[in-house]
Design a protein around this ligand. Structure first.
Ligand SMILES: N[C@@H](CCC(=O)N[C@@H](CS)C(=O)NCC(=O)O)C(=O)O
Length: 216
């Protein structure tokens, strides 16, 4: 199997989804930023939006993280991350969607406000409310087992881990000391994922990169 090129940076939660997918499926991947930048004519030929992640897998070029995750799971049949049974698939996709659309979205709002040096109380309050609601729902639907949707790793983990990273670390930039709070299933999951071989490595990479970025 050829090595999959993943264009991007580990700090991007969209890229991290793809790296987690490769990691959990045991696929060889190589992470790199496009040589002349994401808006260069060369890179725009691969992804007309000039965004990361974008992948090259032998002759296949793809962009949009959710599409890439589905593609990798469909192409490489071993260690399936999308459950075949309808109910289990629905549960895994629901956790992935809540993580992406609510938890990650709110976390990214904090991060982007910080990078733009914005401190508008109404915006901070709106992001806090959105994050609180998203985390409450996630706590409700998490399996409470080893992985997000049950005893085995699924697509849910590929979305939940980067979403929780931004929920915790970006909200902390606005004084939320502990975004997870008293949500028991989420807390145990978050602690477990730091010790998980695949997720732990990605979380460390995200954390190192965020520190570098904020320092610079
Ligand atoms: N919907 C896209 C979003 C990707 C995305 O927004 N990536 C950001 C990095 S976190 C990016 O490339 N931003 C550069 C830009 O929009 O110009 C996906 O799921 O892949």
């Amino acid at each position: 199997m050829a090595t999959i090129t993943v264009y991007g940076s580990v700090l991007s939660p969209f890229v991290a989804r793809v790296l987690l997918t490769c990691g959990y499926k045991g696929l060889a991947s190589e992470l790199s930023m496009p040589k002349d930048g994401i808006k260069s004519p060369e890179f725009l030929k691969l992804n007309p939006f000039g965004k990361i992640p974008t992948i090259k897998d032998s002759g296949t070029v793809l962009y949009e993280s959710t599409v890439i995750v589905d593609y990798l799971d469909a192409k490489y049949k071993k260690k399936k991350l999308i459950p075949a049974a309808a109910k289990a698939m629905g549960q895994a996709r629901l956790i992935a969607a809540i993580s992406a659309e609510y938890v990650q979205a709110a976390g990214l709002k904090f991060f982007r406000m910080k990078r733009a040096n914005q401190n508008i109380p109404a915006d901070i309050e709106a992001a806090t409310l959105e994050l609180t609601k998203g985390l409450d729902v996630l706590e409700k639907i998490m399996s409470g087992k080893k992985y997000a949707a049950g005893p085995s790793v699924t697509i849910a983990d590929c979305f939940a881990v980067p979403a929780l990273f931004f929920a915790v670390h970006a909200s902390a930039l606005y004084g939320m000391k502990d975004a997870i709070g008293s949500r028991k299933k989420l807390r145990a999951y978050w602690e477990r994922m730091h010790k998980d071989k695949v997720a732990g490595k990605i979380l460390q990479g995200m954390s190192d990169r965020m520190k570098q970025l904020l320092a610079g």
